[in-house]
Design a protein around this ligand. Structure first.
Ligand SMILES: *[C@@H]1O[C@H](CO)[C@@H](O)[C@H](O)[C@H]1NC(C)=O
Length: 242
């Protein structure tokens, strides 16, 4: 299912960056998420509430609706442990049962977060990592569990990131605005979009670490560039699907 450890890595990065921020209230943490999901009528009430298609009947619906955009946009950075679990439960359930509705919910959350000006420069990056996490739902499950080849696992991402010329060369290759000059760039370009969009589902341990380094570096230094790259990947994937 989801690579929880990898999600945890992202969460740790996110938490390290914004550890000072306070969490959402845990007042509704005891909500029976699975009970709601498994009852079509109740689930629809929540869905309609979140989508502005109907009234928010209960206090917890109002509460979660109010925080949903920020939670989506910020990779749940202010969620309690329980709220993260709830979010995972919902994401997994929708992934398996109503992927299109989930896609719509996430899109609405992102749009509302934008509209509400919740997004800071910093959380732009977090928003993208979060979106990527749930792009798994959009993409569906990858049946084959085999890993990517480890042929270029020894490439030192830190070294490349610290070298402006090299970094830009790779970036242009990945985003398609320049040639892929080295064999490893060609190799990574072939797997990179899927790896990013599936939370590195088929990555070796080394490749996961490398992606973590990339995400971390871009979050701190060039969030907009990463944003653009991921947007490009999403676009390409959607084109291939249609
Ligand atoms: C990668 O390069 C950086 C910077 O040159 C260096 O500090 C680090 O030790 C290298 N990592 C590995 C695993 O070789």
């Amino acid at each position: 299912m989801f690579r929880i450890t990898f999600a945890a890595c992202f969460a740790i990065v996110a938490l390290a960056i914004v550890s000072a921020e306070e969490l959402y209230s845990d007042i509704h943490d005891d909500i029976d998420v699975m009970g709601i999901l498994q009852n079509p009528a109740v689930r629809k009430t929540y869905y309609d509430c979140f989508m502005d298609l109907g009234p928010c009947v209960t206090e917890d619906a109002k509460f979660f609706k109010a925080h949903f955009p920020d939670a989506v946009a910020s990779h749940c950075r202010r969620c309690t442990v329980k709220q993260r679990e709830h979010f995972d439960t919902v994401a997994v359930w929708y992934t398996e049962n109503e992927p299109e509705e989930w896609k719509t919910l996430i899109a609405k959350g992102i749009a509302d977060a934008h509209g509400g000006k919740i997004i800071s420069t910093l959380s732009t990056m977090l928003r993208i990592t979060f979106l990527v996490g749930f792009a798994v739902a959009v993409l569906g499950m990858i049946a084959a569990e085999e890993l990517y080849p480890d042929k270029y696992d020894d490439v030192n991402a830190t070294e490349i990131l610290q070298n402006d010329r090299l970094r830009n060369q790779y970036y242009k290759c990945f985003i398609g605005s320049g040639p892929c000059i080295t064999a490893d760039a060609v190799f990574f370009k072939g797997f990179f979009p899927e790896a990013v969009l599936t939370k590195c589902r088929k990555c070796t341990e080394k490749q996961k670490k490398t992606l973590d380094i990339l995400v971390d570096w871009y979050a701190k230094n060039q969030p907009e560039q990463w944003n653009a790259l991921v947007a490009k990947f999403l676009e390409d994937v959607q084109k291939n699907k249609n």
